[in-house]
Design a protein around this ligand. Structure first.
Ligand code: SF4
Ligand code: SF4
Length: 345
């Protein structure tokens, strides 16, 4: 699954406009790629999630298709759904990549990481005759990666798998599981699913410039610096009280005022449409609260994981589950201080 550097550059040149690459950036990319021994090796792990982020990329035909990107443009060494190898063959390909490109590969994490019962609720495969959990995998591979990208809301913030009492003990990668263990800050690309453009452009940007500027939630400012509400074309419209009618959905609980993403600009399904223009409010799929809070302000029977949590003994158990809301100020301060010190961000 490896291609020549020449093909990678050719693809970047033909996709330059769609990817927003300037002539200068293209020139720099050529220097970076030609100086490297290979196209960037990528290991992609899938934990607790629905594989929607992979599907979102597979559905993309603008900028590039995912098979074109992952098979022909970068050197995808491991991806459960896309690779043809399986069993021992797949694991030995992964081991070989890690040892050959130690410190140089990009690790993409899709899905959340359960920690309860030593991570046994999410087993990736058998390795050396033992169950290899997602928890084992991220702890082993992330410290050896040049960049760690958390693709989607589940990987970034826990998402839906972390809601409803969080029985598998999912925790945040950056603030808990991999805290202090990676070479660089973890790049969080939330969205349920991730937007293909955001992932493709992030990979190209790290090749060009290294670490992007991240906000306090670990999100690249380039994609997540604006609330949906601020750039929503329906801001000037009358409020409507029924989904399907075009207008502002604030009365119904639209999460646009709390959610940072670029949907109104980038749109979805190959730039065809996006949630609010399609007649549905923003449900905050890219926000850290997604999966943990009530979405709709109507219907009467809406489920709230907050209410459920009140009855759940899990909060006091040995897994020390801490949702983003439970993070105490001390830990947040420690986190901010750590990264300000290391990366001057
Ligand atoms: S529909 Fe949502 S995002 Fe758009 S203006 Fe209304 S509240 Fe803001
Ligand atoms: S508009 Fe809101 S719910 Fe829709 S994709 Fe964007 S962030 Fe997610």
């Amino acid at each position: 699954m490896k291609i020549s550097r020449r093909s990678f550059l050719k693809w970047c040149t033909t996709s330059a406009v769609a990817l927003g690459l300037s002539k200068m950036e293209l020139g720099k990319l050529e220097e970076v790629v030609m100086a490297a021994e290979t196209t960037p090796p990528v290991i992609w792990l899938q934990g607790s999630g629905c594989s929607g982020c992979s599907i979102s990329l597979l559905n993309s035909i603008q900028e590039t298709t995912i098979d074109d990107l992952l098979i022909n443009k970068i050197s995808m060494k491991y991806h459960h759904n896309i690779m043809t190898a399986s069993g021992d063959l797949a694991i030995s390909a992964l081991d070989q990549t890690v040892s050959q490109y130690n410190g140089k590969f990009i690790l993409v994490i899709e899905g959340a990481v359960p920690t309860a019962d030593n991570g046994i609720h999410c087993v990736l495969t058998e390795r050396h005759g033992q169950p290899w959990t997602m928890l084992d995998a991220v702890k082993e591979l992330a410290p050896k990666a040049s960049y760690v990208i958390a693709a989607g809301t589940c990987a970034s913030f826990g998402g839906v798998p972390m809601g409803g009492g969080n029985p598998t003990g999912i925790q945040r990668l950056d603030r808990n599981i991999l805290y202090n263990m990676t070479k660089q800050r973890i790049i969080n690309l939330p969205g349920c699913p991730i937007h293909p453009y955001t992932l493709v452009r992030t990979i190209i940007k790290v090749l060009l410039y290294g670490m992007p500027r991240l906000d306090e939630q670990g999100r690249p400012r380039e994609f997540y610096d604006t609330e949906i509400h601020d750039i929503c074309p329906y801001k000037e419209y009358d409020e409507v009280r029924q989904l399907g009618l075009l207008g502002c959905y604030e009365e119904l609980g639209c999460k646009g005022p709390d959610t940072y993403n670029n949907c109104p600009h980038r749109k979805w399904n190959n730039k065809n449409n996006w949630c609010i223009a399609a007649g549905h409010m923003c449900i905050g799929c890219a926000d850290s609260s997604f999966g943990k809070e009530t979405i709709y302000k109507f219907g009467g029977g809406s489920y709230s994981s907050d209410e459920h949590d009140d009855d759940d003994e899990r909060d006091d158990n040995e897994y020390e589950y801490r949702s983003h809301d439970d993070d105490d100020d001390e830990r947040d301060d420690e986190y901010r201080t750590y990264y300000r010190y290391r990366y001057d961000d």
